[in-house]
Design a protein around this ligand. Structure first.
Ligand code: ATP
Length: 370
């Protein structure tokens, strides 16, 4: 029995989390030997409004003690701290639990209209790894404002934190190569302008030497923004600084349809949290239009991570079944999310995925899609 700390959060986070629990329960019942015990905990802007605390000690303790954490989305534009910043306890959790690798797999699903006209777009299959314990976000809440005339946020790069995220990216590329992918890591930086980024690239080049057989190259972030639109099918694993990763994540999600299609795992050495790459989407909250796919694929990533960590073949099987059920649900064109101009909402897509679980059977070989 795995203890899952569930933080639905705000806005559509609550809606897509309900979908995830329903689908996870269905797939675990089907596999039989994987059991998940969900416990909900308050966190986010609504919790802050109701209790005065966005992330309570009880919620933090529950996350520390859980086998894995599922998070919906957090933050609402009209509920803010007194200094005007948005409530983002997910960022505090990343730092507190040392969830240093933000893992965002990007691949299109068959049956949905492609965003890019080039037919090679069907082959897009890369993973963005975002360092998320330092970089330009490290000074969050510590901005120095001088005489209302100047504001400064520092970009912090440390050797230790850079090495661990590069090693994570190289190990991921090794694992993907075993499954037929290119075995290539591209470091995304701004080493031509900032000394901190030149340091980041130098450490990347040092670490490449430890991973024989994996190709390594580097690109400036501005060029990468261009290339991710021009030829995203060229990439395998990208690794980058916190803020660049934040921006490129949304660009990457757009390549495969939108925020509702982009799953994410926040992974550390001791803990891991799985959440869709999107926010609370207040513009569509309550309409039933939210696409739960990113949340469901994040739930599949959680099962796979639990399988890896615990040597649990049944959890791997559940991950594979869930991933395949999502693929099959869209493949026939019967459900089309609002993001793609369709009329399938959260409930329709959830129902379609649960239905395709029963029509699918077990997947063969490795379940991994990242
Ligand atoms: P954050 O900064 O908290 O990540 P954000 O400002 O990037 O959030 P989102 O909440 O992710 O914004 O929303 C961006 C856009 O994507 C909005 O138009 C929203 O409606 C849309 N969107 C986000 N998630 C989904 C989803 N699951 N289904 C459909 N549309 C979505």
């Amino acid at each position: 029995m795995y203890k899952i700390a569930v933080l639905p959060g705000d806005g559509i986070g609550v809606e897509v989390m309900a979908a995830a629990k329903e689908v996870l329960t269905a797939v675990c019942n089907q596999v039989g030997s994987v059991r998940l015990a969900f416990t909900d905990y308050p966190a986010g802007a609504t919790a802050y409004q109701e209790t005065g605390t966005a992330l309570s000690d009880e919620t933090i303790r529950a996350c520390e003690q859980a086998d894995a954490i599922l998070l919906g989305a957090m933050g609402l534009p009209h509920i803010r701290y007194k200094d005007g910043t948005e409530i983002s306890p997910q960022l505090d959790l990343r730092e507190h639990l040392e969830l240093y690798a933000g893992v965002r797999p990007i691949r299109p699903l068959k049956g949905l209209s492609p965003r890019l006209a080039d037919p090679r777009a069907a082959k897009i299959d890369f993973v963005l790894v975002r360092e998320q314990t330092e970089g330009l976000f490290s000074e969050r809440g510590k901005t120095q404002v001088k005489d209302d005339a100047e504001a400064r946020d520092a970009l912090v790069i440390t050797r230790k934190r850079s090495e661990r995220v590069f090693d994570f990216a190289f190990r991921l590329a090794q694992r993907r190569r075993e499954r037929g992918r290119a075995g290539r890591v591209t470091c995304v930086d701004k080493a031509n302008v900032l000394g901190s980024m030149a340091f980041f690239r130098r450490i990347f080049e040092e670490r490449t030497k430890r991973f024989a057989g994996i190709m390594a190259d580097s690109a400036y972030v501005d060029a990468m923004a261009l290339n991710l639109v021009m030829k995203p099918w060229d990439y395998d694993v990208l690794v980058t600084e916190n803020m660049f990763g934040d921006i490129l994540s949304d660009l990457s999600a757009a390549l495969v349809g939108g925020m509702g299609m982009a799953p994410s795992g926040d992974i550390g050495d001791q803990h891991a949290l799985f959440q869709p790459a999107h926010g609370s989407a207040p513009d569509i909250a309550g309409t039933g239009h939210a696409n739960p796919t990113a949340m469901l694929l994040s739930a599949a990533m959680m099962l796979e991570w639990l399988g890896d960590r615990n040597g649990d073949a049944a959890a791997h099987e559940a991950a594979g079944r869930l991933d395949s059920a999502v693929e099959r649900a869209f493949a026939g064109g019967r459900v089309v999310p609002y993001e793609f101009g369709g009329t399938s909402g959260t409930a329709d897509i959830t129902r379609a995925v649960v239905a395709s679980l029963t029509t699918g059977g077990a997947t063969s070989g490795s379940p991994s899609k990242w």
